[in-house]
Each structure stands twice: as structure tokens, then as C-alpha cells.
Write a protein that binds this ligand. Structure first.
Ligand code: ATP
Ligand code: MG
Length: 611
């Protein structure tokens, strides 16, 4: 695509400000659901009269031209270095420079640029600079080992990698021959003299960009709404990670959902604990919140409950977006620690990534004075699809209701647990019937491809629906209840058992911190339920406690309760914090463990980076 020139601040730009100010959703969900359409929203957003649209412009530049220019866009917290900040105006200029630097390296539309970095300014500038150059940004978890790094660089045909020396030397350099597409490696922590062969210091590349940069002539790439912008690999919970491609107009969904579901608005101080290595850390760690004009705080330290409460308190965080696994770690640290702090500014606590046990929702009230609101979405959906909206009564255990503009349904299952497609048709189920959760395509952040895998992409759709691979039911009021991933559901003595229900029930026992449940083959029942249990501090595994948990489960759940309990203080998680039930099952049954590229090492859970 030609990199056509539009002068900075050109009159033809019509930025997102044209989205009519959306009042908070309180009590207003139904009206908004009826009146909202993506088609109308697309009209608000169109970047210029010819339909060009660039994510980075929408997220940052338009604020830099308005009253938010001097507002802090990102505040970088660190355990080992002083806090630094970038205002919207600085972020615009520095990302222009990063784009100029990338262009000077020959990076252009469609090229892949990857980061393997902690949450540092270089990471954010690379994301925005890449988008402004019209290239495709692909994040990697900094804690990935060599194999997952090389695999993703290869699959994504990545042209530029931005990382630090240690990561490069350990994870990439030995495999450089296997990466013919990789032209440039930029290292953020070295000067010219020390850079290993085949690499360029980031400072040198950026310096060249700064020299060449002229704000009066700089142009953001005139990308089209449907041009690729982001490549995100899925978490690999159920198997080999897939590379989902998203396009520039996804920013519209990031923006609208950040406003609807996260309740973000200018003046907010917002903290998203997700690493930008997965989709939450990009959609809601960078693009959505910036498009709403908030101040993002970001922390590069490992999880530490006391530090997290301090940040929430001292930074006066208003909206906090995190994951069930992090909440469970906070719960393990005890509510007393939360009560040593106060959170008068905190307005909204939100969760994503895994089933949010009702226990955690209620605990939020104890710890923060607020229930935790759940949101459901996937790498493939690019943005939140179902949410317990602010102001809407929370039903603990439910993921909430579809985002305005999103049509969700539950489809009848076939024998493999996925939606049954007969003669190209599916059957939509009624209230409270369990089946595969499906969405009507058409929202802007829908993935447009699995990289190099068109067949798999085609299989994700049937009869005009996107098939999520998750099982759910939708109640008569439209609340969506998660049952489990289609692959994780247990079939026991004629019952279909969702692991979430069993795990949530066991979580109510005072000794239990976390649970992963699997089906174990059984000659009589087909499968029996086995639970792997992590205990809270102060509780020891014992046969007596195992018996007590079995009885506790039976009392709550009846016949679907676990028959076997194993204690495990280090349940396997993905790096995005999900319990890997497929791995528990494979280990239990002595089966091959499959793709392990995204397994988290237990000690690094919940955070990355500094030591
Ligand atoms: P892979 O597709 O590689 O197996 P993954 O599905 O875990 O990995 P992601 O796209 O990061 O990769 O995660 C999306 C999945 O996470 C959803 O399909 C769902 O199973 C789970 N999930 C996300 N949010 C929620 C939620 N609020 N409640 C229950 N499950 C959730
Ligand atoms: Mg998935």
C-alpha cells in the first residue's frame, strides 16, 4: 500500500472525538443495546474522507492535538528505577521518531515488528511507531524461552525484533539462520561499541530517526480500516498457539469497549496488570485506554501483593483491570493486607482471562469495597464481547451480558462438544440450555486470519456464526454463564460437567486457594472428576483434608463432585495466567504433554521482569 502523505494535523482528519459522548451505562444497558450499531460507530471514526484509518493516530495523536496534550499518557513504575512519565504530546512525538527510525530501516506496510521486552518506554514506542509506519506489531512475552520466541518470529515472518542483549543472545542469536525474514535486531540496553554482531543499538536507530524527523512533514501511514495492524498469538491453553491477525479498525472496538465495559474516561488513572505479551496487554494495556485519554500506570516488577495494594492506593488508581489468577494470589495473601490500605479513588475492578469464581467477586467487596466485574473475550475477538457492565447488577459466577453491538448465542452441541453443523446449519438454543458460545461476525476487532492457516480460520465459522470453542448458557435475562472450554468438559455417568462449577464450589472451602479439575477415564462412569487443589498458606495436605474436600464437594454439588483430590502447590498456568487443564490431564494419564511453549514457571506468576 502506498504510504500517502497527509500533513500532521491535516484538516481532513476526523478523529474519535466525533463519537458522541457516551454517558456511563448505569441503568441504561437496554437503551444502549438497542441504539448502538458498529455501522454508525464506523462512521464516527473514519479517519479521513477517503476512509483511511490508523490505530496509533486514533489512540494517541488526536489527544496530542487537543486539551489532553499535557496529560500524562503513561506513567512507568519500577522497583529499581525512578518513575518516568510521557505526556500525550511527548508520546506522539517520540512515537513519530520511532516510526521514522523504523522506516529508515526499510520497515513498511505489512512488515512484522516484534518486541521481547518488559514494560518499558521502548516497548510502547515500538508499538506505536510500528503502527504509524503502517507495519504489523506482534508482542512476545519477555519470559518466553528460545523455542517459543523463534517459533513465533518464524510464523509471523517478523522483520524487526526489539529486545535486550540477554534475551537476544539466549533466545534468538543461536537460531538466526532459521529466521531468514529477520533483518534487524534492535537492542535497548547497549551502546554502539558493545552491540553484538548483527544487531543495532536502539539508541542508534532512534538517534537516526530523531535526526531525520521533521514534525512539519512527518506522516502517519495512511492505512485502511482493513489493513493488518496486530498479530497476536493465543495463549496456547488448549494446544499450539495460533497467530490471530487484527486490522486497524479494531481500535474502534478497543475504544468503545474500554468506555462501555471498563468505564474509562479522561481523568482516569488506569492500571492493567496484563503483560503486553498477550492480547489484553495490548488492547487494554495500550490502545483502548489511550484512545479514551486516560493516564495509564504500568509496573515492571514481579507480583507482590503489598506492592500492588500500594500502587492502587498511592497512584489513586480509578479503574483496575486484572485476571482471576492475580486476584486469587491477592486472596491468598489475606484480606487483612488489603485493609491496611485505602482505595478511595477506585471506582471499578474488572477481570478477564479465566472463569471468575463467585468467591472472588464477593472477596472484592471485602478487599476493595467493590465487587469484581467479569469480562469475557478471546485473542480472536480482539476486544471484550461479554461484560458485567458498571451499573448493571452483578450476578456472581456470570460473565455478564453481550457488549452493545455484539450478538451472542448458544448453539446445540454435537458429540465432540462443539456446535453441531448439519447441512451447513446450526441450531440456536433457548434460555439456560448449554452449548457452544457463538458470536455474529461484524465487530471491528474480529480476527481476519490465523496466520498461514486459512483452513483453521474457515473452521472457526459456521452458518453465519463465529464459534468460540467455549461452552456456556445464556439465562432468560441475557446473562452469559461460562461452563468450560469445549475441550475441558467432563462427561461422567451421563452428565456434562463444566470444570468451572466444580472449581468454584471447592474454592468456597477455607483451605483452598486454587483448583484445576479434569475428567479421568473410568470404566463405569466414562469419566470421573479429579481435582488438583492448591492450599492457602497455613494449611497442609493430608488424607483427612482430602476426605473433607470430597465431602465438601459432594455436599455442594451432589453427583458431579470430584471423587479424587490431589494436592498441588504449583498448578501449571499459561503465561497469561490460565490453569492448563490439558496439561494436568496429560500428566495424570501419562500422555504426551503437547505444546508447552506458553507454560509459566511457578515463581514468575502474575508479573514479569525485574528482580
Ligand atoms: P488457545 O486458544 O491457544 O488454547 P486461549 O484460548 O486460552 O488459548 P486466549 O485467547 O488468551 O487463549 O483466551 C481466551 C479464552 O480464555 C476464552 O476462550 C475462555 O476459554 C477463557 N476466558 C477468557 N475470559 C474468560 C472469562 N471471563 N470467563 C471464563 N473464561 C474466560
Ligand atoms: Mg482459544
Amino acid at each position: 500500500m502506498a504510504d500517502l502523505a497527509v500533513q500532521r494535523g491535516g484538516a481532513q482528519r476526523r478523529p474519535i472525538e466525533h463519537v458522541p459522548a457516551l454517558a456511563p451505562l448505569v441503568g441504561d444497558y437496554e437503551a444502549r443495546r438497542r441504539s448502538f450499531t458498529w455501522e454508525a460507530a464506523r462512521d464516527w471514526l473514519r479517519g479521513d474522507d477517503e476512509g483511511h484509518l490508523n490505530m496509533a493516530h486514533e489512540a494517541v495523536d488526536r489527544h496530542a492535538e487537543g486539551p489532553l496534550a499535557d496529560t500524562v499518557a503513561i506513567r512507568f513504575l519500577s522497583r529499581v528505577a525512578p518513575t518516568t512519565e510521557l505526556t500525550y504530546a511527548q508520546l506522539r512525538e517520540q512515537s513519530d521518531v520511532a516510526a521514522t527510525a523504523l522506516r529508515r530501516l526499510g520497515v513498511g506496510p505489512g512488515d512484522g515488528v516484534c518486541t521481547l521486552l518488559p514494560r518499558s518506554p521502548e516497548l510502547y514506542l515500538t508499538v506505536l511507531g510500528t503502527l504509524k509506519a503502517g507495519a504489523v506489531y506482534c508482542p512476545l512475552f519477555p519470559a518466553f524461552g528460545p523455542e517459543p520466541v523463534v517459533e513465533r518470529l518464524r510464523l509471523g515472518h517478523i522483520r524487526v525484533l526489539v529486545t535486550d542483549t540477554q534475551s537476544y543472545v539466549r533466545k534468538c542469536e543461536p537460531h538466526r539462520d532459521a529466521l531468514p525474514d529477520l533483518r534487524h535486531v534492535l537492542l535497548t540496553d547497549v551502546g554502539d561499541a558493545e552491540a553484538p554482531a548483527g544487531t543495532t543499538p536502539w539508541s542508534v536507530a532512534l538517534g537516526a530517526g530523531a535526526t531525520a524527523y521533521d514534525p512539519s512533514t512527518f506522516t502517519v501511514a495512511l492505512t485502511r480500516a482493513d489493513d493488518p495492524a496486530l498479530l497476536h498469538f493465543t495463549s496456547g491453553t488448549t494446544g499450539k498457539p495460533k497467530g490471530a491477525v487484527h486490522v486497524h479498525e479494531a481500535i474502534l472496538a478497543h475504544h468503545v469497549t474500554a468506555e462501555f465495559a471498563l468505564d474509562l474516561r479522561p481523568g482516569d488513572v488506569y492500571w492493567c496488570t496484563a503483560d503486553p505479551g498477550w492480547v489484553t496487554g495490548t488492547s487494554y494495556g495500550i490502545l483502548g485506554p489511550l484512545s479514551c485519554g486516560v493516564t495509564i500506570v504500568t509496573d515492571s516488577a514481579d507480583f507482590d501483593a503489598r506492592r500492588w495494594y500500594r500502587i492502587l492506593q498511592d497512584e489513586r488508581v480509578t479503574v483496575f483491570y486484572t485476571a482471576p489468577t492475580a486476584l486469587r494470589m491477592l486472596m491468598r495473601a489475606g484480606v487483612g493486607l488489603a485493609r491496611e490500605h485505602t482505595f478511595p479513588a477506585l471506582r471499578h475492578v474488572v477481570s478477564v482471562g479465566e472463569p471468575l469464581n463467585p468467591e472472588a467477586v464477593v472477596w472484592g467487596v471485602d478487599a476493595f469495597g467493590l465487587p469484581v466485574h467479569d469480562t469475557w473475550w478471546q485473542t480472536e475477538t480482539g476486544a471484550i464481547m461479554v461484560s458485567n457492565f458498571p451499573g448493571m447488577p452483578v450476578r456472581p459466577g456470570s460473565m455478564g451480558r453481550p457488549v452493545p453491538g455484539v450478538v451472542a448465542a448458544v448453539l446445540a452441541q454435537g458429540p465432540d462438544g462443539r456446535a453441531a453443523v448439519e447441512g451447513g446449519r446450526v441450531r440456536v438454543l433457548g434460555p439456560d440450555e448449554v452449548g457452544e458460545l457463538a458470536l455474529r461476525p461484524g465487530w471491528p476487532s474480529m480476527f481476519r486470519a490465523y496466520v498461514d492457516d486459512p483452513e483453521r480460520y474457515a473452521k472457526a465459522f459456521a452458518d453465519g456464526w463465529y464459534l468460540s470453542g467455549d461452552l456456556a448458557r445464556i439465562d432468560a435475562d441475557g446473562y452469559v454463564w461460562f461452563i468450560g472450554r469445549a475441550d475441558d468438559v467432563i462427561k461422567s455417568a451421563g452428565h456434562l460437567i463444566g470444570p468451572f462449577e466444580v472449581e468454584s464450589a471447592l474454592m468456597e472451602h477455607p483451605a483452598v486457594a486454587e483448583v484445576g479439575v479434569i475428567g479421568k477415564p473410568d470404566p463405569l462412569a466414562g469419566e470421573i472428576v479429579k481435582a488438583f487443589v492448591t492450599l492457602k498458606v497455613g494449611h497442609e495436605p493430608s488424607p483427612a483434608l482430602a476426605r473433607e474436600l470430597v465431602a465438601f464437594g459432594r455436599h455442594r454439588l451432589g453427583s458431579v463432585a470430584p471423587r479424587e483430590i490431589a494436592f498441588d502447590q504449583a498448578l501449571p498456568h499459561t503465561r497469561s495466567g490460565k490453569v492448563m487443564r490439558r496439561l494436568l490431564r496429560a500428566r495424570e494419564l501419562g500422555l504426551p504433554e503437547g505444546d508447552l511453549s506458553t507454560v509459566e514457571r511457578p515463581s514468575a506468576q502474575g508479573g514479569e521482569g525485574e528482580s
